[in-house]
Design a protein around this ligand. Structure first.
Ligand code: MEV
Length: 306
């Protein structure tokens, strides 16, 4: 049989990171960048580990793959991985990898890789990578659509409602500073909220509202309202202690280049990814690239430019 291929998209959170962990809604969309898994027939189900991984990463990836293999009946394929997405900067690279592997294994097992099935298998892998993530990353990647995601109260997983955009929705993604591990920022925030629960609950609730309003703004084609929601969300993330000088500086740079809204995306902390909402992203990418900023643009939703 010929080799098979499957793609898993990276993601950006437009609104609602962190508060999503506490059960509030988050608006997230798939990137065109991601991870591709390729499979060739083999004697048993196995993964060729990518080069340059630490011992810990190798062990984690091996364990995660074993869980997906088990969940799909161990189809006899040898899998290789290939990423065109910056790794471990808050763009959902582990979820992209999990979705690519899960889709591939489902296909190899002769099963239909629906969004639901893919998400079910990818969730097995994500738990190995992250412990108890909110589930927004792999759900967005498996749906490959803009979703308003919400964790089900009392459970680990949640549901994404697809949000249709009548307008083309494009972001510039720019990297800034030195990335903090998600586990560390989520953990430090958990300690603060455990100590001062009322104050933090108010901020999480407000971010959840802003995310819901942002989803409505997208559905009605009001990109100015979405941009404003992103700016307010950035202020609330800073209030939660999740921003830093490199992230703030990039946020203001993107706004200076004409972004309708700009904010950190993902976990935040000392550095990571920042997004800006642009009607025309190409000039901003050209300017930032000339300044030596690592950046790219991606269309998250809406009618495709031909
Ligand atoms: C995930 O990309 C970002 C966080 O909200 C963590 C999570 O949802 O599990 C910070």
């Amino acid at each position: 049989p010929p080799p098979i291929e499957a793609f898993g998209a990276g993601k950006v959170i437009l609104l609602g990171e962190h508060s999503v962990v506490y059960g509030h809604p988050a608006l997230a969309g798939p990137l065109s960048q991601g991870v591709t898994a390729r499979g060739v027939p083999a004697k048993r189900c196995q993964l060729t580990l990518p080069p340059h991984l630490s011992r810990h990463q190798r062990a984690q990836l091996t364990a995660a793959f074993a869980r997906a293999a088990k969940a799909t009946g161990e189809p006899a394929v040898k899998v290789t991985l290939d990423a065109d997405l910056p790794l471990a900067v808050g763009l959902g690279s582990s979820a992209a990898l999990s979705v690519a592997c899960s889709r591939l294994l489902l296909k190899a097992a002769g099963k239909e890789p629906t969004a639901k099935e893919t998400a079910r298998v990818a969730w097995e892998m994500e738990q190995e990578f992250h412990g108890t993530p909110s589930g927004v990353d792999h759900t967005t990647s498996a749906e490959e659509r803009l979703v308003l995601y919400r964790r089900k109260p009392g459970t680990a997983v949640g549901k994404g409602r697809v949000v249709d955009s009548p307008k083309s929705l494009s972001v510039v993604v720019a990297l800034a500073g030195e990335r903090s591990p998600t586990k560390a920022t989520v953990g430090a925030l958990r300690e603060r909220q455990a100590r001062w629960p009322e104050r933090y609950r108010r901020l999480f609730t407000e971010i959840g509202r802003v995310a819901s309003e942002g989803a409505e703004a997208v559905a009605s084609g009001d990109l100015a309202a979405l941009g404003d929601a992103m700016n307010v969300n950035q202020g609330l993330l800073a209030a939660l202690g999740l921003s830093s000088p490199p992230l703030e500086e990039m946020v203001y740079r993107l706004r200076g280049l004409g972004a309708l809204g700009a904010k950190l995306t993902g976990a935040g902390g000392d550095g990571g990814a920042v997004i800006g909402l642009f009607l025309e992203p190409a000039p901003a990418v050209a300017k930032l690239t000339a300044l030596g900023v690592r950046c790219f643009s991606s269309q998250l939703a809406g009618p495709r430019a031909t």
